[in-house]
Write a protein of this length. Sequence first.
Length: 357
Amino acid sequence: MENGKKVKVLIVGAAFAGDLHMTGYDRCKDIAKVVAICDKDESKVRALAREYGLEEYEVYTDYSEAIENVSCDVVDICLPNFLHHEVAIEALQRGRHVIVEKPLATKLEYGKKILKEAEKAGKRVYYAEDWIFAPALIRAKEIIDEGAIGDLLYIRARECHSGSHSPFAQTIEYCGGGSLIHLGTHPLAYVLSLKENRWTELSAVTSGGEDANMLHKGLEGEDWAMCTLKFEDGTRAMVEAHYITFGGMEDIIDFYGTKGRIQIDLTMSSPVKCFSIPGVEYSVEKAEITTGWSRPAVDEKYNLGYVDEIRHFMECIIEDKEAMVGLRGIDGLETLRVINLAYESAREGKRIVNDRL
Ligand SMILES: NC(=O)c1ccc[n+]([C@@H]2O[C@H](COP(=O)([O-])OP(=O)(O)OC[C@H]3O[C@@H](n4cnc5c(N)ncnc54)[C@H](O)[C@@H]3O)[C@@H](O)[C@H]2O)c1
């Protein structure tokens, strides 16, 4: 890109994830400009733009029309999972880079098609895994790298809450699975990035879906899942993702080393403690109630990594470079491959060895 030019962005999908990304763009106006927003529900486009004080922007309700007409450098895909590949492929074919929300796609074959198309078009796929930019996780990595907990032996990471708000998360066709693909993508992509995808074996268990589920019998995919992994250097990890956690989203990561340990609570460790009889307007993502004692989050979107993730993508586009490990298209694809293998492991009750190493 020309020196001093701002990256022009078309956001597709103006709901929950669209809002997370808008916070990122709002904080990097020096290098990026949202020039258009598309959502099949126009009122959501207007509401999102109003919330962030966007004045000059184009409105679309059809993503093909938006991709065809908007002059932009990148299409940021914040749509339900089943649309990621269709929209990414169309955008790449029209010569735009793409940012794709997690998971890369609902099926591995779709994910592969996205990467193939990017290669053909000479454009990049930026995979939006916010955990990699969570400041607490960056600090943990510094501590591990300085040797303060010795050699890393084991990582336990989980994202859990009481169920997705999105109607598109309820069926396998639209979501790709249940809690493992929808929530487990974060801890999985994170541990894979720490070890540069060099996993050797995995095994997983899930609740199975529908009547076999623990709590959400109407959910086609599983409402509880865990996956253990072993890496080439011997480190082990356990990833957990479920919908049986009330009281707000739980993002907890523990690191165990030969000389110490680190504990991180990304969502419930706000320095603010509040007791409220009427309830605060907002405390933490997915909290069902906010009365009584709560821990209202401080700059939640920054602390979960969305702000620096978007800035990183904008800088990569300006410098015409690939994203860092964990945020490249191939990392999104590997996370999706691991999720699919974890489903196979759970279905067939077997340990799976990585045949790619
Ligand atoms: N990184 C994270 O922490 C995080 C958090 C939430 C969601 N996500 C991901 O972001 C994506 C979107 O999730 P969400 O929670 O915002 O979903 P959502 O269901 O709340 O919203 C989806 C939006 O897409 C619009 N839409 C649906 N079909 C469309 C179409 N054909 N054309 C145009 N617009 C259409 C809907 O009107 C809606 O506004 C999903 O892939 C999800 O996995 C990521």
